[in-house]
Ligand binder design. Structure first.
Ligand SMILES: [Zn+2]
Length: 199
């Protein structure tokens, strides 16, 4: 290989990509570069960890300054519209989705415990992957993988701007939802018989 791989950035990805090629990454970048890269990543991770801890601590302080009535009001306002009044029956980890109107994009949320104030609040999910479908008896099943790309707590105001920050704050960033539809729903309801009797 004639391309020279060097620098800190490459050491994060090269061991994996080299492994994929069945090669030893040390042949390309050298032990010192790899070690320096790992050290730098560790420093960056530590820095992020400290930053998130600081943000969580600030959010807890903000939360503690709120009155009970204000916390209640914010929690109620945070629930997706169709779940207002029913949010108390939602539990952490529950995935809820809805469309504002037929044909509108689907809004998907997961109920999560905020890492700072511990209130149960909705985190917006983005669809990342859809599995192949499988048929079991009369139903078609598939899995949808969702990710939390960012999170803003509507109660304490904690803000996490990326998946890395979400992970760092100890919030689950990936959720898998199983969806299904009956074969009848999928095919028969769309079947419109020919209009006999025109001739
Ligand atoms: Zn919060």
């Amino acid at each position: 290989m004639s391309t020279r791989i060097s620098g800190f950035r490459s050491s994060r990805v090269s061991p994996k990509s080299c492994a994929g090629l069945g090669l030893d990454p040390l042949i390309f970048v050298g032990r010192n570069t790899i070690e320096s890269g790992r050290l730098l990543i560790a420093v960056q991770d530590k820095k992020l960890d400290a930053e998130i801890k600081k943000r969580v601590a600030e959010a807890i302080l903000r939360f503690e300054s709120l009155s009970e009535a204000e916390v209640k009001r914010r929690k109620l306002a945070a629930a997706p519209l169709f779940l207002r009044g029913k949010w108390d029956s939602v539990t952490a980890g529950m995935i809820v989705s809805y469309r504002i109107s037929l044909g509108a994009p689907k809004n998907v949320y997961c109920a999560v415990d905020c890492p700072a104030c511990k209130c149960l609040v909705p985190a917006a999910l983005r669809e990342a992957r859809v599995s192949d479908e499988r048929i079991d008896k009369d139903d078609i099943y598939w899995e949808v993988t969702y990710v939390v790309e960012q999170f803003v707590c509507p109660v304490c105001g904690l803000e996490l701007f990326s998946m890395t920050e979400v992970r760092c704050a100890g919030l689950e960033h990936q959720y898998i939802d199983q969806e299904y539809e009956s074969i009848q729903e999928r095919f028969l309801n769309n079947y419109e018989p020919d209009d006999y009797g025109n001739d």
